[in-house]
Design a protein around this ligand. Sequence first.
Ligand code: 7RM
Length: 656
Amino acid sequence: MSQATIESILKEQRTFPPSPEFAAQASISSMDEYRQLYEKAQADPAGFWAELAEQELHWFQKWDQVLDWQPPFAKWFVNGKLNLSYNCLDRHLTTWRKNKAALIWEGEPGDSRTLTYAQLHREVCQMANVYKQLGVKKGDLVGIYMPMIPEAAIAMLACARIGAAHSVIFGGFSAEALKARLLDANAKLVVTADGGFRKDKIVPLKPAVDEALQDDGVPSVDNVLVVRRTEQKIHMEPGRDHWWHDLQAGASKDCPAEPMDSEDLLFILYTSGTTGKPKGVVHTTGGYNLYTHITCKWTFDLKDTDVYWCTADVGWITGHSYIVYGPLSNGATSLMFEGAPRPSNPGCLWDVVEKYGVTIFYTAPTAIRALIKMGEHLPNARDLSSLRILGTVGEPINPEAWMWYHRVIGGGRCPIVDTWWQTETGGFMLTPLPGATATKPGSATFPFPGIIADIVDLEGNPVADNQGGYLVIKHPWPSMMRTVYGDDERFRRTYWEHIAPQDGQSLYFAGDGARRDEDGYFWVMGRVDDVINVSGHRLGTMEVESALVSHPAVAEAAVVGRPDEVKGEDVFAFVTLEGSGDGSEALAEELKAHVVKEIGAIARPSEIRFTDAMPKTRSGKIMRRLLRNLAAGQEVAGDTSTLEDRSVLDKLRGGA
Ligand code: 7RM
């Protein structure tokens, strides 16, 4: 965050209570009601979650223990049997929702499609049967590398149906990044498309899969299933690659949902951390189903008449939990959008709101800031009166963007739910409940019932009001990540050891700093580790550094986030070269392209500054704080006494 943003957040005093009309129709309609739920959950977490699990989900077999907690390893609904795809589909078919829209898809260029619950169920069953035909069994893993088309959701639900785990790899990742993830997850099958539409371009997905798999690069992969989308000419490897529509034609529409153990692996999703290799965050079936269901229901005050739209990509956790599983488990109508605002169609989001009468709209602060730049005339020229709730996620929202969202998009009448959570948490942790919570612009307000959150120092002691500290969670919750795939030690080290209370209690800490104000509101300030947040996407600085040093010209690289008005942060790289090279503009461009190839376009450095040496401490640690100041064009703040060679700093100040 920029200094200006921090200052404006610190000054923020305004509160926005829900209107009496909104509160009157909401399922949780007052702070008293919220407090009752919160206290009930706190007093008896097992009882609270068991009651919801029973009420809200279908179980083939009941659990015999709600929670088995061996810190930091949790098991929820032990020995319970259920199926997520059953809860998202089958159970709605015996109700009037059978013919309700489950997915509304608005594609590019001008394509659209609506799938009712019955239709979605049928396609999921068919794809599940195709998986079986291709030898995918319960416990196997399927890699999904797809554009934003209904088949992406179908591919996920089909996995859940037969008990195969999925790992969705965002379609913007490069062949290298795809390969690393497929290898780590030991994927048996890859589901992809001949291409995807991204703004006014076509993303070549299948060629990236070919590159990842060439020369038996991922030996575990036997088959590739390809959805026809863009009609691009692609290579189809005989015996390995199959067209989805060919196999679908012969596939049975009958595929009973496999009863899964509550703790069976549901999916792995890779996310960036502070060390080089992205970690596979593991989520399991029962707890994830329950928690995404109930957070979606209460936070968005879901009604059967809602048209709910989350603009995330299914390649991120937000797409998993709040485009696919949470809304469908509730029998809601979830809108999926392939497009994105761009100069050739800057008003497209508002066209979609108007076209479908969207009632709930959920997006990221970076998108809101980009929309502000495009101008108020665009939303003002559309009818947005169907909207009743707005949401944000991904990074702290600056109060100015919040106010614009509230006034221009929400017409001053829609509560804004600022939801703080992570890939690791599975679902919302801090969030307003729209009929109950008086919001403050920039604050994610209070913990969801059942979440015990606190702000502490490094020893785990709570800090005073308005004092910054580390945001921690003190009690396990159903959708918490279970481990890092294949690496329990890394799980323990990454999330459970940074904050070490004397009394030995286990606190979950995943890298954010926060403060709590005198009214008890939580204000998340952003990452306190070497993770940067570019347009709401997490990037480890180490990941980008590893990509840079893998280029033969680079000796050393240090990457920091630089505040950016729209993206939140952008990637700024300091590079020292092998030998005596000076660094040309052409080399800088080459290095940027190299990062895109190694990771993907989201990691592309916006600037590369060549330097003879990095500012280091006497023990050899790069002083990133100084680099962050330099990248932001600020005076170097704070103590520089540990700097080994002060002349390095003077040279860096001078620029390249
Ligand atoms: C859902 C998602 C997680 C990181 C998290 C924070 C930041 C997310 C908010 C937020 C302030 C928010 N998963 N973050 N939401 N910061 N207010 N409402 O984004 O794993 O990709 O990122 O994102 O730093 O640790 S994620």
